[in-house]
Design a protein around this ligand. Sequence first.
Ligand code: FAD
Ligand code: EPU
Length: 336
Amino acid sequence: MIQLAENVSLRNLNTFGIEALARYYYFCTDPEQIPEIIAEWSQEEPLLIMGGGSNLLFTRNYEGLVLRIGFSGIKIVHNNKDYVIVEVAAGENWDDFVAWTVERNLGGVENLSLIPGTAGASPVQNIGAYGSEAANCIESVSFYSIGEKTTKTLPAQDCGFGYRTSIFKHQLAGDAVILSVRFRLSLRPVLNIEYKGLKEELQKYPEPGLRAVREAVIAIRRQKLPDPVLVGNAGSFFKNPVIAREDFTALKLTFPDIPSFPAGDGFVKLPAAWLIEKCGWKGYRKGDAGVHPHQPLVLVNYGKATGTEIYELAGAIQTSVYQTFGIKLEPEVRII
Ligand code: FAD
Ligand code: EPU
């Protein structure tokens, strides 16, 4: 019999620092318990799987069960002369895992240094930064299927990975409780340092290598992004919009300085930060809800903002970006 806690404050469990109560709450430190918890839980009530709470915005109390994944562990399950396969338990801290790989000179996830949250959430939105994404080295994802009451493993090619998306955010949302993720890491790392600013930052490090890349990425992130310990936030609030090249050509007639990045055949990706800044939101603050003064894609809670205040601010930004550019910004953060 699993003992659920009741009316638990989630304030310290989400990086926005938003107050919300979980009607029921369980911190699970053993994957073997998952089937039992799910079996005991009435499926009429909502269930929220939670890792580090770094991509969530609570706009109200959660009237169901918050199941926080807390089992950790990293093990090498296969190796040969070129690569190793490492299995990481879902509750493992993501950046501790990245540090572990860099210490062993295993290449693949170093550009994803300092992203908050858990390894189990990494496939959900296919975390990405500095020209790399988790999908580049995910081998497979193991999860407990609530509907089928069984543990399953999906190879990476069946995970529907794309920019900030996967099958776990769509078809399998609400069904898959991710238990572990396998990564294929290279024993002969090739550095990926083409992202704007990374190469320049690396000049400061005398020895090129995984450690230097990790430190350079951390240094850039510390300059650009607010530390959630100091000011509540969930990283980029919106995704960067991807639009058809012909729409971009039309936009460029009105906004000749609009930046863009290639996004596959016939598409371009626009920096949402630029669109938001152009609409005058950078550094905006109302009460304790604001737009970060250095990175306008990041919405912040300066202290006592409610989830609704952040949500309303996000809506106002979406409206003004749509009125100015005809582009719909989609939230990256999961809004509860
Ligand atoms: P949570 O926020 O707890 O959950 C996120 C989603 O994943 C929810 O839908 C949840 O239900 C689901 N989920 C979590 N664990 C499981 C599981 N075991 N099984 C099934 N579903 C699960 N993201 C990037 O991609 N790139 C960045 O550069 C980046 N920078 C950030 C910087 C800051 C300062 C912050 C605060 C956030 C940043 N993020 C970034 C967003 C965030 O760190 C990632 O989305 C991260 O993967 C979320 O992990 P989490 O464990 O906190 O997940
Ligand atoms: N920009 C502005 N004004 C600003 C800041 C940026 O106009 O004040 C424009 C510039 O044109 C700049 C561009 O935005 O070149 C891109 O900025 P940045 O390199 O900071 O990256 P981003 O597109 O804002 C994305 C990810 C981040 C990831 C970084 C680094 C998304 C939604 N966000 O941000 O991920 O860390 O690139 O790769 O794709 C997250 O997902 O939570 C996250 C933080």
